[in-house]
Design a protein around this ligand. Structure first.
Ligand code: RP5
Length: 167
C-alpha cells in the first residue's frame, strides 16, 4: 500500500486472490499511480464491506478494481454502493476455472454497470491499465506513461527474432 493519497482501490474477496490481483498493483506501481489494497468479502464481512464502500469518493478514490472468484458478487455489490467506475476481475478459484466468476461479473443487470476483464492475471493487469486510461483523461503525465508503455510493448515484439526450430 502506498502512503500518498490513493486514486485506485484494489479489492478482493479473499487473501487467496492476491497472487492474481497483485498483477494490478504491479502495473499501478510501475505507472506511479497511488493505490490501496483491501481484502474484504461481500458475503463474509458485509458490514465492513459497506462501511468501506461508502467512504471511497470522500477519500479521493477515483477508480475501483474488484477481484473475486466463484459466485463473484464483490464487483457488483461494490458498484451498487459507489458511482466510481468498478473494474471487475474474475478469479479462477473453483473447479469452474473462473468461468463462474466471469459470468457473475459480466452479467450485471441493467442499471449498475461493472466493466469486466479477462479471467486471472491478464484481467488484473488490464484492469489496472484501464484504470490508468480513466485517470489519463485528467492527468497528462499518466496519459504520457500509457503512450510510452504501448511503445515499449510494441518494441519488444519488433525486436523478437523469427522463431526457429532451434530456438
Ligand atoms: C471469493 O471466494 C473470493 O474472491 C475467492 O476468490 C473465493 C474463494 O475464497 P477462499 O475460500 O479461497 O477464501 O469470495
Amino acid at each position: 500500500m502506498t502512503t500518498t493519497q490513493p486514486l485506485v482501490g484494489i479489492m478482493m474477496g479473499s487473501a487467496n486472490d492476491w497472487p492474481i490481483m497483485r498483477r494490478a498493483a504491479e502495473v499501478l506501481r510501475d505507472f506511479d499511480i497511488a493505490y490501496e489494497t483491501r481484502v474484504i468479502s461481500a458475503h463474509r464481512t458485509p458490514d465492513l464491506f459497506f462501511e468501506y464502500a461508502v467512504g471511497l469518493e470522500a477519500r479521493g478514490l477515483r477508480v475501483m478494481i474488484g477481484g473475486a472468484g466463484g459466485a463473484a458478487h464483490l464487483p457488483g455489490v461494490l458498484a451498487a454502493k459507489t458511482t466510481l467506475p468498478v473494474l471487475g476481475v474474475p478469479i479462477d478459484a473453483t473447479p469452474m476455472r473462473g468461468v463462474d466468476a466471469l459470468h457473475a461479473i459480466v452479467q450485471m443487470p441493467r442499471g449498475i454497470p461493472v466493466a469486466t476483464f479477462a479471467i486471472g492475471e491478464p484481467g488484473a493487469a488490464n484492469a489496472a491499465l484501464f484504470a490508468a486510461a480513466i485517470l489519463a483523461g485528467s492527468d497528462a503525465a499518466i496519459a504520457q506513461q500509457l503512450k510510452d508503455f504501448r511503445i515499449r510493448q510494441a518494441e519488444k515484439i519488433r525486436n523478437t527474432p523469427p522463431p526457429t526450430l532451434e530456438s
